[in-house]
Design a protein around this ligand. Structure first.
Ligand code: GLA
Length: 731
């Protein structure tokens, strides 16, 4: 078993293929964290706990005269609150008597094979091929009897540990849970860098790396969605770590709503990291006997740098996260109408775009926003999911039939979580949106957010969207969410439960996704929130791909995709070739480069194909053929970031390598160009040093060792923003 309790030492031992996690029940029943890192065999690491009398660090009452035991410096597995640990707390409870306190001690534990289940929440699941064992540890407060169950699942072969927390109100009072972190981890040192992914609309997941400093650093979202601004993923790595070297710890939150990740470097140069639902405006009422389940954090440890950490996440997220059968299927090459026509289209125009796209090898036509209700701009009609017959007189069915007759699949855009004030739905049910009493709600893109905490609202959405899906042959749906939450107040919740609305919204969202997406396994769903405003594992549980960003500029995309690849697999990133000058930045880059960049994801097109010249169409035709040939390599191979676009300015390069190391594809885009500049060689990674390879773009044969050590020359003649690919195949 990968989980064991060693009674004589009072230690819990979790073992993955290459990592070890160890905890210990201390003298007074507190659960201490001993170690997470490189795999060790059966060693007892209890010696790491060094007790000492430290001034101004209080001692638990039961320690009596022993002034060497303090929760203020000992590494905890789940920190208490209102007691003697002044560092970041894992929980905040308002007890029935008004006190804020939870002091948990180990009451019991349970080990079983298989994975714990999180009702109503997305989480990793296991297949027959996986060995998975679960450990649950009950921490109970002796006074209130409130219990926190720490859940750990070890996916041994995948080198992954998942964590979650369940709170059970075993007290006799109604209590309020004001904060619950899904994961707390202490390190006895602090020589770490904190890597996180920040951004904004049209510039998501920008890489950021800083050494820990004394005090607390925070990333998170209070926008009701995981957000463009911060991604729910963070890394702590030793300061010398790079792509190929060093200890790295990954923390990925399987949740799509408000989240918080905080790292604290304390007075003794120790580190604590916590991750969970953002506590701002969170207050969950728990009556006696009720329980609350926190979302899951997926932990990975790499002793060999960031690339290996990435491989662990890509592997488990490809295999154990997404419920859609499409996760494992080759995705069709699509053309999307948004940048081609925006709201200005009719059936004839769409059919012309589709007709020209078919000729390029496109396989799926996606009708974006504007096909329903009175939707001629973004001020109206969200919520009214009836087709706009002025634009599409024969309805979705008529259009879909024509599209299919051309040999294409058909897809649509929807935004089910929203309502426009100018809509039939809003006129009928103004109380169905989130808004506060006596206040006008904030508008975002001129729309309001439906109250998904309400069952009647959810039922309406499920019925209307399932109705749309049944009205025509629809094989793809882009599920959008174009504003974040404000005014989180529900017209039907009691006042003591208004602090639950943000989380209940997300639970409601997962409920409708279960009832719409998972009941249509034949449809490929793509997530979207103004591009990548909700790019998180919670969404990837339902939808195998997400529109990476509303920014289709290939040069900006190099950074956006770079950041995204740290945790999310290539098969999750939908990426399109669009027109130049680019609609977001005005930049012009060659069509080949736009294709090479979009091939670092799920390739698609988002332009008016009727306006393309023959030469461009031919380039796209070749792109599609080459992408389809290399699809398995790109979507399932190991991913290597060969450069960091934030620190190396000359070119951006990345590589896909097949699992059997027999094929690889290096893509490279020239960035800052100088005249008569130095000759560069890009060094491959991940090849078999002893194998011989042919490089389609070069003469001769080379060993893997040569390609990795000496590299492949970057042609000096390439100009700024030109791209090259090297197709490498074993001979
Ligand atoms: C969002 C999406 C875009 C497009 C528009 C339509 O911004 O990210 O791709 O679908 O909505 O309104």
């Amino acid at each position: 078993m990968s989980v064991r309790y060693i009674e004589s030492k009072k230690t819990f031992l979790l073992q993955t293929k290459s990592s070890t996690y160890q905890m210990k029940i201390s003298d007074y029943g507190y659960l201490l964290h001993l170690y997470y890192g490189e795999r060790l065999e059966d060693e007892d690491l209890s010696y790491l706990i060094q007790l000492q009398d430290r001034g101004f660090s209080p001692n638990p009452y039961e320690a009596g005269n022993d002034r060497t035991f303090s929760l203020d410096f000992l590494p905890q597995e789940f920190s208490s609150d209102g007691s003697s640990d002044y560092r970041l707390s894992s929980i905040e409870i308002k007890n029935g008597d008004g006190s804020y306190a939870f002091v948990g001690k180990v009451a019991k534990h349970q080990i079983y094979s298989g994975k714990y289940h999180l009702a109503g929440l997305p989480s990793l699941w296991t297949t027959e091929k996986d060995t998975a064992d679960t450990l649950e540890i009950w921490l109970t407060d002796a006074v209130t009897q409130l219990t926190v169950v720490l859940c750990y699942c070890v996916l041994e072969e995948k080198d992954i540990i998942t964590r979650s927390v369940r709170v059970i109100n075993q007290s006799e009072d109604t209590i309020y849970l004001n904060r619950i972190m899904s994961m707390t981890m202490d390190f006895m040192d602090s020589d770490y860098d904190f890597i996180h992914f920040d951004g904004r609309h049209t510039m998501e997941r920008e890489w950021s790396r800083n050494p820990l400093a004394c005090g607390i650093q925070t990333v998170g979202s209070f926008r009701g969605a995981s957000s463009h601004q911060h991604n729910p993923f963070a890394v702590l790595c030793e300061s010398a770590a790079n792509e190929d070297y060093g200890r790295c710890y990954g923390f990925s939150f399987v949740y799509s709503g408000n989240f918080m990740c905080k790292v604290e470097k304390d007075q003794y140069d120790q580190t604590r990291i916590v991750m969970g639902i953002h506590p701002k405006h969170f207050s969950w009422q728990m009556k006696p006997g009720e329980s609350f389940t926190a979302p899951e954090v997926v932990l990975a440890y790499s002793g060999q740098g960031l690339t290996h950490l990435t491989h662990l996440y890509h592997n488990v997220y490809r295999e154990n996260l997404c419920k859609s059968p499409y996760a494992k299927k080759e995705r069709p090459i699509l053309i999307n109408s948004w940048e081609a026509a925006y709201f200005d289209f009719d059936e004839e125009k769409l059919l012309k775009i589709a007709g020209d796209a078919v000729d390029m090898g496109v396989e799926l036509f996606v009708l974006d926003d504007g096909w329903f209700g009175n939707r001629n701009n973004d001020n109206a009609a969200l919520g009214d999911w009836d087709v706009n017959t002025a634009k599409l007189p024969r309805g979705l069915k008529g259009l879909s039939d024509e599209i299919h007759a051309m040999g294409l699949k058909f897809g649509i855009w929807i935004e089910p979580e929203m309502v426009s004030e100018d809509s039939e739905l809003y006129r009928k049910h103004p109380d169905w949106c989130l808004q506060m009493p006596r206040r006008q709600p904030s508008r975002g893109r001129y729309q309001l957010v439906l109250d998904l905490s309400r069952e009647d609202v959810r039922d309406y959405i499920v019925t209307s969207i399932n109705g749309v899906l049944g009205s025509a042959r629809i094989e793809y749906v882009k599920w959008d969410m174009n504003r974040f939450i404000t005014d989180a107040w529900s017209a039907i919740a009691e006042k003591e439960k208004q602090g639950e609305i943000y989380h209940r919204y997300i639970l409601g969202l997962y409920d409708i996704m279960n009832r719409i997406i998972l009941t249509h396994p034949e449809v490929l769903f793509c997530g979207c929130s103004g591009g990548g405003g909700r790019f998180d594992p919670g969404m990837l549980y339902y939808q195998p791909q997400i529109w990476c960003s509303d920014n289709t500029d290939a040069v900006c995309r190099l950074k956006i995709q770079y950041g995204t690849t740290f945790v999310y697999p290539v098969s999750a990133m939908e990426s399109h070739v669009s027109v130049c000058p680019n609609h977001q930045t005005g930049r012009t880059v060659p069509i080949k480069t736009r294709g090479v960049t979009a091939m670092d994801g799920i390739l698609g097109y988002e332009l008016d194909s009727t306006k393309m010249i023959q030469e461009e169409k031919q380039i796209c035709r070749e792109q599609i053929q080459s992408y389809k040939k290399d699809y398995a390599l790109i979507a399932e191979g190991d991913y290597f970031r060969l450069t960091n676009p934030y620190t190396f300015m000359e070119y951006v390069a990345w590589e896909h390598v097949s699992r059997d190391q027999k094929e690889a594809l290096i893509s490279l885009v020239i960035m800052e160009k100088e005249a008569n500049d130095a000759q560069r060689c890009v060094k491959a990674k991940g090849l078999n040093p002893g194998m011989y390879y042919q490089v389609e773009e070069m003469e001769g044969h080379f060993s893997g060792q040569v390609l990795m050590s000496a590299g492949l020359p970057v042609p000096n003649g390439l100009l700024q923003y030109e791209a090259i690919q090297y197709h490498i195949r074993a001979i």
